[in-house]
Design a protein around this ligand. Structure first.
Ligand code: PMP
Length: 363
């Protein structure tokens, strides 16, 4: 036996220093009052009509593997978006699909670019792939700096994430800027338009990524059932991409990763579109109410097209999050930059607004 055996298995050095993904903290009531979790951009509503029944029916068959190809879900999605089924790939949440995209495109020596701050999983999955993260700061208005991103492309760039609307700022990139950017990206670099919050967008100048993908073979659109559709706990997301990319995603998928519960729930959710749109509209209304109230209190809030708002609190980030928690709302601090607050139930939003107002008065 070699002397190194006592040191245990050798792990890849790229893992050193990679943080584990931090989930939003659960809500915990202080002094018995109500508690609201506004820390994970979840949908506060119960499952859409028909969804629970579909899940219960699927649960009856949990001794069987799910449909590997997600055929029913793929067929419904293909029809919904007007794309060939071969351009669809499902996965364990859109973060799972994003990780598969990296496995398919990037490794040591390659570069993966994204704006910063953006979705906190990008640096983790990029570094796990072994590729080098290249981050481009958001503009002072917290929007993707697409010109600077195009300037930062090198011959080692393999994949670029554009998160639209951006998590955690809620800001968007509009059609003209995005098309100008796409025109500058070499055809062999994959651009991933992460549209996890697409359903909450009300800015008509924000393009639908699915339209941009159609005549651009290097564009891939990521969508999820976790946010507007309210299926975060079931883990199902998907990509729309041209065939070589979609085929690569099918190769890199964890076999049977998307459970039958998730597949059937997603299909039932797509069939409950009217109820979905009503709920999304209610959340968008709450977003406007919260944003206006914050502005009235004197906060500067970037315009959000997602189901959350962003407060750039700098060094006061942790204090603000603690004050919210004492008031019964758990928010998401990204110290030392700011706090992201999910739009939730009206009562939770009200509690948050009261906490924000009290904090503001003490500044
Ligand atoms: N993309 C963005 C921008 C997100 O904010 C999230 C969830 N926080 C995801 C992808 C992943 O969502 P899921 O894996 O649940 O589909």
């Amino acid at each position: 036996m070699s002397g190194t055996a006592a040191q245990g298995p050798r792990l890849r050095p790229v893992l050193d220093g990679i943080p584990t993904y931090k989930p939003g903290r659960p809500a915990s009531a202080t002094d018995g009052g109500p508690a609201y979790k506004l820390s994970s951009n979840e949908n506060p509503y119960e499952p859409l009509p028909g969804v629970l029944d579909a899940v219960v029916a699927a649960a009856d068959r949990m001794n069987r593997y799910p449909d590997l190809s997600c055929a029913d879900l793929t067929a419904v999605l293909a029809e919904r978006f007007g794309v060939p089924p071969t351009h669809l790939a499902t996965g364990t949440g859109s973060v799972g699909v994003a990780q598969q995209l990296l496995q398919a495109t990037a490794g040591p020596g390659d570069e993966v670019m994204y704006a910063w701050r953006s979705f906190e999983a990008y640096p983790i999955i990029t570094r796990i792939s072994g590729a080098t993260p290249v981050t481009v700061p958001l503009t002072p208005g917290d929007v993707h700096d697409l010109d600077a991103m195009a300037d930062a492309i090198t011959d080692r760039t393999r994949l670029i994430f554009v998160c639209n609307p951006n998590n955690p700022t809620g800001t968007v990139v509009r059609r003209a800027a995005l098309e100008r950017f796409l025109d500058r990206v070499p055809g062999d670099v994959l651009v991933v338009l992460d549209e996890a919050y697409r359903e909450f967008n009300r800015d008509e100048q924000v393009p639908d990524g699915v339209e941009l993908y159609r005549d651009r073979p290097n564009v891939c659109v990521l969508r999820t059932f976790s946010k507007a559709y309210g299926l975060a706990g079931l883990r199902v997301g998907f990509a729309i991409a041209h065939e070589p990319v979609a085929a690569a995603l099918r190769k890199t998928a964890v076999p049977f990763g998307v459970s039958q519960l998730a597949q059937d729930a997603a299909v039932a959710s797509l069939r409950a579109e009217d109820a979905l749109l009503e709920r999304v509209e209610a959340l968008v209304g709450e977003r406007t109410r919260v944003a206006e109230a914050l502005a009235g209190q004197g906060w500067t809030v970037p315009e959000s097209q997602a189901n959350f708002v962003w407060l750039r609190l700098g060094e006061r980030t942790a204090d603000f999050a603690a004050a919210c928690e004492r008031a019964g709302v758990v928010v998401r601090p990204f110290a030392p930059e700011g706090v992201r607050v999910t739009i939730g139930e009206t009562e939770g939003n009200d509690l948050f607004l009261r906490a924000a107002e009290a904090f503001r008065k003490e500044l």
